[in-house]
Design a protein. Sequence first.
Length: 711
Amino acid sequence: MRRMGGSQRRYSANSDDYKLLEEVGCGASATVYRAMYLPSNEVVAVKCLDVDRCNSNLDEIRREAQTMSLIDHPNVVRAYCSFVVDYNLWVIMPFMSEGSCLHLMKIAYPDGFEEPAIGSILKETLKALDYLHRQGHIHRDVKAGNILLDYNGSVKLADFGVSACMFDAGDRQRSRNTFVGTPCWMAPEVLQPGSGYNSKADMWSFGITALELAHGHAPFSKYPPIKVLLMTIQNAPPGLDYGRDKKFSKSFKEMVAMCLVKDQTKRPTAEKLLKHSFFKHAKPPELSVKKLFSGLPPLWNRVKDFQLKDAAQLAQKKMPSAEQEAISQSEYQRGVSAWNFDIEDLKAQASLVHDDDDIHKCKGDYERMKSSLGQKASAYCKSSLGKLNLNREVSQAEFGGPRNVDLLQFDCLNGKGKNPECDIVEAGCQEMVGLRGNGSSIDIMASTSEKDVLLTRAKTVKPRQTQSGPLTPGAVLNHSSSERARNSERFENEILPANEKVCQVRKAPIFSGPLMLPNRASANGLSAPIKSSGGFRDSLDDKSKANLVQIKGRFSVTSENLDLVKPINHTAKDLTNGSMPTSILMTHLQNLFQQTSLQQDFITNLFNSLQPSEFVDATQNGKLPLPHCTESNGNVQTAASERERLLLGKISELISRMMNLTNELTTEKLKYDQVSFSQGFIYLHLWLFVASTLYFMVVLCLAKMLSKIKR
Ligand SMILES: Nc1ncnc2c1ncn2[C@@H]1O[C@H](COP(=O)(O)OP(=O)(O)OP(=O)(O)O)[C@@H](O)[C@H]1O
């Protein structure tokens, strides 16, 4: 394989000169191929950018791509040339045969690299940043997924000026309500509109990337973007733990801590950081990096394997939500990496987060933070409230109206037993969400379907916006209130009607996944297409769907269905107010019928089991009422008359019970008539029939017994 080296090399702008070979990566807006440049038989990488997925005008993209081709540094992946093919922009780049650090970690180093390799990778990356910052650029997407490795161990920072979406001019960027970057890697000042940011934002991302390389994932990566956002703003900065990360040197920990300072003015510049002892002792990448991929299959095979694995996981889409959650979590483990990160998306995402476990986790994290930081932490949280109010301001501007009070039902962080400090986080979360509306979880679930989710995604996907291009040294990019007002106007005019937005939120799946997943799930080309993550209800027919609610990942039947199987325990009030559904009345009547039949059987059995002597004993003991006697002729006659009396007493008791039953039935009939005349008519007859049958049977029994006694 011949390598692309010299920056002077010329490449044609004719797509026919490039033969696309294997896919080696897929991002939010582009697919990257290993390709052959036919005129010279050289291997190159072709990044095919889908312009539809970017909000940029093609001319602007091209102009910026040309500017980017001027970037020339051994640690920055440069664009050789770019041209338009159909509605795609092709960017020709050097092929980095070992792919990204993220990809390598996912394939072979799930727990991160060893310190020497990290040191080398970070040093090369820092050189790239130093160069870019000197040129007046902010990269704004520094992460392991954008650090590419070549066969000889060389390290290059990619995705600067390569993505068309990176080329938005400042004005255009500022007119959008879109954050730029990847939530986990984004500096607090980038996440807080109005605070302004500069090249120091890259230094924060650099620190996060250091943690990512050390652990195999970025801090907070398992959380949904909204939570990442809040944690970044509110929590103490992440860092290397002195206990858990024992294997790492003190200087590494120190270097990370220097980058992850919330106050951007206190972060070192790339130039200064390069002088840190950690980098002074870093080994050349040929020694420490090259060995990382020895023995691994070629990149394209790794990518294919990974995609197949991912596709297999996603094929289990109709699995119970617990497993879905696990997949969702694994999406986060890869890094909350899709970077179409705007407030609208955040709100939609946030409204879906309602797992109590998350609440507890979040609270747990908060508690841990609080206990470790004590007074300082809570003071910080309190002071952050003001900052969060800024978000409210933005949200209000964007949505042009008062915030919905129902937001307070937002489940993400609204644990029941609140503590005041955590309320601050919760409040912030609620501030940011804004769009929950009146939708209960039932609403959400009832309208979720795969198609809906796809539609929702299709509608809400807005490509990444970046602010690129020359930057005056020291310039600070601000989101002023007038900009926010413009955003509001633009949002209202350009995006979707509010109702539709609410709909979208409700239709989205209940569990969270990476924000704005592209068709290919991972923003780093590591996954197969994700169509929807909301498919877990698909196997249910529509009718049953309507009666299902999901409670913490489990399905349950609504009371509508349960009524018929519940023991009947309606009050007289329920029955008489005419509001009782026919089905319930029917069940009630059936029960009464059963009871009556049982009583009838019982009476018959009782009569049959009674011996004449028992009647006498019972009468003598006063257990049975004495019926009135009209005859008294001798002993037999006396006995007979006594039995008669007994029987008559029993008959009168039965008759009174019968009367009661009949009365009850009549009452039921009247009530029932209120509900349905025709059905009531039938059941009246039914019950009259039952009552009369019962009556006749009793009389028959009695007559039979009387005749027995007389005999
Ligand atoms: N020049 C290259 N050589 C080899 N692989 C590359 C090259 N450029 C990109 N890739 C691979 O393709 C993946 C996606 O590329 P890239 O990051 O540029 O796309 P994207 O759409 O900008 O995505 P994202 O910004 O989410 O990372 C990278 O993570 C990397 O694995």
